[in-house]
Design a protein around this ligand. Structure first.
Ligand code: AMP
Ligand code: GLY
Length: 427
């Protein structure tokens, strides 16, 4: 069997989980991560090339004769990394700049949904406050206001009153999110529980790749500010096989077909943020990447080799790839965040206990970590570690993950104590 040279782009917990799974593959020869993190360093060769340095990444892919480039974050797609690699015939798991607009432009996605009749919230796109205000007259509170472009997950305001809604529009148009807020998207508020559904796409077809549920708010009980995600579990019982089937037929399939028909074939992960409304799943947003921390739970549960699936998607050969096989167990991921996250995370705090061996039971992925001058592991980002576990039940997985978390310390660090509560409270 010929071994592959693989370049993994990114440096978060999602990429550590991907590296962990890729490194287990018998197909994996040389694994290089750019820029990676201290956790990934145990599995891959790290190269200090940044995610937005397209030319640096292309040069690295050439230098290592990459057989496959796996792109973690959407920011690298937005600057055209996949397009440059495609021009060089280097297989890339990740979408073109134009295809990635499903994540990078909310207005593009809303218009796409309208063109193809996909279930999502009613909406309007505005560049001036009076027109936005007139649109609010047609809606009921609460109001949903979003900056059009990428705003690191912080460009969404749910306003309880008209006054707050008008203020949010002025704030965004006034430049609070820079050019990302030059256009605002206003949406009808959808009621229901949220879940994340994943499809792996090769431009022409899609393969179901599991589901998970995230916890976006910073504190227990879903209180506090929105974050990139404080924890996840998989599978989410709320997303039944029937609902997955409906979302697949009404959203995923028409999206993959529609993108191809419009000349933007979609390659990579199509991550649908769903609202499970009383009338069925509706799209909250698409992302052009694996969810973080949802990905960590999927990697724990995935029994199949990940590499043939990513390679088939990158080469447009998904139709001949075997679908993923999942373990029976439930997986959970709890995020340890730095003090002050998400507004002003305090970096530099020393982390202890992160690299203990938890055997088969728990795995700790590094997210925002770094080594300081003395070689100590320190917090280097808002989300610092991802403590993950598998269990025969979600209860068991949770107990294992929290037991492991109890042995880790980071001054001022915090985590949610209730990851999985929606599923756990049902039993
Ligand atoms: P987004 O960045 O678009 O995923 O929005 C962030 C969060 O805001 C989502 O995860 C939802 O919890 C909430 N949200 C966004 N759009 C809507 C909507 N139209 N109705 C209800 N909640 C929404
Ligand atoms: N955890 C949600 C996201 O990755 O967008």
């Amino acid at each position: 069997m010929e071994k592959l040279n693989i370049l993994l782009v990114g440096s978060g917990g999602r990429e550590h989980a991907l590296a962990w799974k890729i490194a287990q593959s018998p197909l994996c020869g040389r694994l290089v991560a750019a820029p990676g993190n201290p956790g990934i360093a145990a599995l891959a060769e790290l190269r200090a090339v940044k995610v937005l340095d397209v030319e640096g990444l292309v040069a690295l892919a050439k230098e290592i004769a990459a057989d496959l480039v796996v792109v973690g974050p959407e920011s690298a797609l937005e600057v055209g990394l996949a397009d440059r690699l495609a021009a060089l015939n280097i297989p890339c798991f990740g979408g073109s700049q134009r295809a990635a607009r499903l994540e990078t432009s909310k207005a593009f996605t809303k218009d796409f949904c309208q063109r193809h009749g996909l279930p999502t919230a009613a909406y309007g796109v505005f560049t001036d406050a009076p027109s936005a205000s007139a649109f609010f007259d047609t809606l009921q509170a609460p109001f949903v206001i979003k900056a059009d472009g990428l705003a690191a997950g912080k460009g969404v305001v749910i306003a309880a009153t008209r006054a707050e809604a008008d203020a949010a529009v002025l704030d965004m148009l006034g430049g609070r999110f820079g050019t990302a807020g030059a256009r605002v998207v206003i949406e009808e508020f959808m009621h229901g529980e949220e879940a994340s559904l994943f499809a792996i796409c090769d431009g022409a077809s899609a393969m179901l790749f599991g589901a998970a549920q995230d916890h976006k708010r910073a504190y227990d009980g879903d209180e506090g500010p929105n974050t990139g995600g404080m924890g996840a579990y998989s599978p989410p019982p709320v997303l039944t096989a029937a609902l997955i089937d409906q979302a697949w037929r009404e959203l995923i399939e028409p999206t993959v077909k529609g993108m191809a028909a419009e000349g933007n074939p979609y390659v990579g992960v199509l991550f649908a943020g769903l609202m499970l409304t009383p009338t069925g799943p509706k799209l909250v947003e698409y992302n052009a990447r694996f969810g973080d921390p949802e990905c960590q739970t999927l990697m724990l549960r995935l029994e199949s080799d990940l590499v043939p699936i990513l390679l088939a998607a990158a080469k447009g050969e998904l139709a001949s790839a075997a679908p993923p096989v999942w373990r029976e167990e439930a997986a959970i991921c709890v995020v340890l965040a730095a003090e002050g996250y998400p507004d002003a995370p305090r970096t530099g705090g020393v982390i202890r206990g992160a690299d203990a061996d938890y055997g088969d039971e728990a795995v700790v992925f590094h997210a925002g970590t770094a080594l300081d001058d003395q070689g100590q592991l320190v917090a280097a980002g808002g989300r610092v570690l991802n403590v993950c576990a598998l269990g025969a039940t979600l209860h068991e997985a949770r107990d294992v993950a929290y037991a492991a978390l109890g042995t880790i310390s980071l001054k001022g660090g915090f985590y949610r104590n209730d990851i999985g509560w929606r599923a756990l409270s049902q039993h």
